[in-house]
Design a protein around this ligand. Structure first.
Ligand code: URA
Ligand code: SF4
Length: 191
């Protein structure tokens, strides 16, 4: 896939039927936000509300994500958000390996075009697809790795925080860490 710009990539996604999720989706959820953002958040895949609206993280998990962003001084207009798969898996099941493999080239292109300095994987599905196939979210969240000058970290998916409030404290620690890393980037730009 040779893609020159985000608009071209968006159009390719809208017409995509590379995996079976194309048969059950209402809308392709390409992702969105600030195209010049230094930070990109990557979720698992669209849920019910995202599928209806065609936008990422607009349901309950999205509302919690908005609150967490606000708590570190960011809002949705400051960041870019996408998902591992762009079409909703039926009944919100995790995406299957063949679906992830079919879809992830789009995300790679998106990252190549937006060129974030920080990537935050939200939950195990994103962490496994992006960081390490054997990623263990509970043991390995909150740790930075770096690839081609991009800092990458994983934290719990906001939907996991809704199911298990005990995870909120460690997730908040991760968000503070992310904020600190962002502030470092700003300092570099000023200095
Ligand atoms: N959960 C995700 O992983 N992505 C969304 O866009 C919404 C909910
Ligand atoms: Fe295409 Fe990705 Fe949707 Fe599958 S999930 S149909 S690969 S856009």
């Amino acid at each position: 896939m040779i893609v020159l710009c985000l608009k071209e990539l968006w159009l390719e996604c809208q017409n995509c039927n590379k995996c079976p999720l194309s048969k059950t989706r209402k809308n392709v959820v390409f992702g969105g936000g600030n195209l010049r953002s230094k930070i990109m958040f990557i979720g698992e895949g669209p849920g019910k509300e995202e599928d209806i609206q065609g936008r990422p993280f607009v349901g309950k998990a999205g509302q919690l994500l908005n609150k967490m962003l606000e708590a570190i001084g960011l809002n949705r207009e400051d960041v870019y958000i996408a998902n591992i798969v762009k079409c909703r898996p039926p009944n919100n099941r995790p995406p299957l390996q063949n679906e992830i493999e079919a879809c992830i080239p789009y995300l790679r292109n998106q990252v190549a075009i937006i060129r974030p300095k920080i990537i935050v994987c939200l939950g195990a599905t994103a962490a496994k697809a992006i960081i390490d196939k054997d990623f263990k979210i509970t043991a390995m969240r909150g740790q930075w790795t770096e690839r081609k000058g991009v800092k990458i970290i994983a934290t719990y998916h906001p939907a996991a925080l809704l199911r298990d409030p005990e995870k909120k404290k460690p997730a908040w620690e991760d968000f503070k860490e992310i904020k600190a890393q962002l502030d470092k980037l700003e300092d570099k730009n000023e200095g």
